[in-house]
Design a protein around this ligand. Structure first.
Ligand code: FMN
Length: 386
């Protein structure tokens, strides 16, 4: 089974992702991973740290002469700022004076308070270092491996920002894989130029008023054959898997597939995608309200998943909190932080969605050797035409 695990603290020496279950024979290039890591760092509204980071990946295992071996692939992303954190984040014990520089003021909107209560620790840094969205760099690296695999099967994953704060993009037609370069050029990764300008303005306004904004992004998957995922048990359902993967990204508070919540307000006659057939095309639909998934499986349409991100909780006008030692009311820490990270979250969304699609693809077509997986895919597509 294809799976991954990440490790690493936000200000530790490095982040790591281990990807297990990729078939042998997939062409893996470090440059492709670096390009995706750079995309995660884009976006108008990011804080100071993005300038320090400039993430690059190192491949430590699982690849030989540019091809996957079928063994676990280890990807390491060094934290460029580590030199400034060697004492605070020392792996070896340090003197008590340094240990006493504890973080004792939990930030609302973060894992800080529940994390410390749950784990019985005295320093909130022990929570925030891991709960930070910095970890998503490792997830983007793992997701790139999935994207590379999917491309071998003509499957492309892209994303775009559909709203920031109250500004929503007008979507006349879904962006296609060929539009990705244009989306990446947009400072807010929005496909609608009019909305783009308004989104930039709303982020500037939030910054001016010492506030932050969230938004919604959409991940699109082109080229999935029908039948990926499953209807026989809840765990197999692709819509459920995508929702879990997207909700697993820090600050994501809602996910919908296709028309999602809007469908709840429609009549049945207006909510589904009627089925047609032509000998050349096979089965097809004239609409895609289901977002490419019916009964927990792909139906051959474009997979459309949306995720809503809450506004960043670190504000320059700090929220109220309580010191866990003195129990006194204090202002939460206000450090240089993102004002809006929806464009970056969309890139992370691509990565986690790509990984789930790759999983169900390998489940359907087998995953020891790429040639066998491809042969099974070709055979299946041929069978669907008969
Ligand atoms: C790409 C990205 C960047 C983020 N940047 C920041 C940030 O600079 N400051 C901050 O306070 N929260 C930031 N967050 C949000 C926190 O990670 C998030 O609020 C926290 O994990 C708690 O969210 P949860 O309740 O969904 O777990 C960012 C999230 C993402 C996905």
């Amino acid at each position: 089974m294809l799976r991954y695990v990440t490790a690493g603290e936000s200000h530790g020496p490095a982040l790591v992702a281990i990807v297990e279950g990729l078939p042998a024979g997939v062409e893996i290039r470090k440059e492709s991973i670096d390009a995706e890591l750079a995309r995660r760092q884009l976006g108008f509204g990011r804080g100071g740290r993005m300038a320090i980071e400039k993430d690059v990946a190192e491949i430590l295992s699982g690849v030989r002469f540019g091809l996957s071996l079928g063994s676990p692939i280890t990807l390491k992303i060094d934290n460029r700022d580590w030199a400034n954190w060697t004492t605070t984040m020392s792996i070896e014990p340090v003197n008590t004076e340094v240990e006493d520089e504890r973080v004792t003021q939990p930030r609302p909107g973060h894992a800080d308070l529940s994390g410390i209560l749950k784990s019985g620790q005295a320093d909130i840094r022990n929570i925030l270092e891991r709960s930070s969205a910095r970890e998503t760099a490792a997830r983007v690296a793992a997701g790139t491996i999935a994207k590379i695999l999917l491309r071998e099967f003509g499957i492309e994953v892209l994303s775009h920002v559909v709203s920031i704060g109250e500004v929503a993009a007008t979507i006349n037609e879904l962006p296609a894989p060929g539009d990705l370069a244009k989306i990446d050029e947009s400072p807010v990764r929005c496909f609608d130029a009019v909305a783009e300008a308004q989104m930039v303005a709303i982020i500037e306004d939030a910054k001016k008023t010492k506030d932050t904004v969230g938004g919604v992004f959409e991940v699109l998957v082109y080229g999935c054959p029908p039948g990926l995922g499953g209807y026989t048990s809840w765990e197999e359902r692709l819509d459920a898997r995508l929702a879990r993967a997207l909700m697993g990204v820090q600050a994501i508070k809602g996910v919908e597939i296709g028309e999602g919540f809007e469908l709840a307000q429609k009549r049945g006659s207006q909510a589904h995608d009627e089925i047609y057939y032509e000998s050349e095309r096979g089965y097809y639909r004239k609409t895609n309200r289901a977002g490419g998934i019916e009964g927990g499986m792909t139906n051959g349409g474009v997979v459309v998943a949306r995720a809503a991100m809450k506004p960043i909780p670190t504000l320059m006008q700090p929220l109220k909190t309580v010191d866990i030692v003195s129990k006194e009311a204090v202002d939460a820490v206000k450090e240089r932080s993102d004002v809006c990270a929806v464009p970056a979250a969309a890139v992370i969304g691509e990565a986690v969605v790509a990984f789930e699609i790759a999983k169900v693809l390998l489940q359907k077509f087998g995953g020891d050797a790429l040639v066998d997986t491809k042969a099974a895919h070709v055979h299946y597509l041929k069978r669907l035409k008969t």
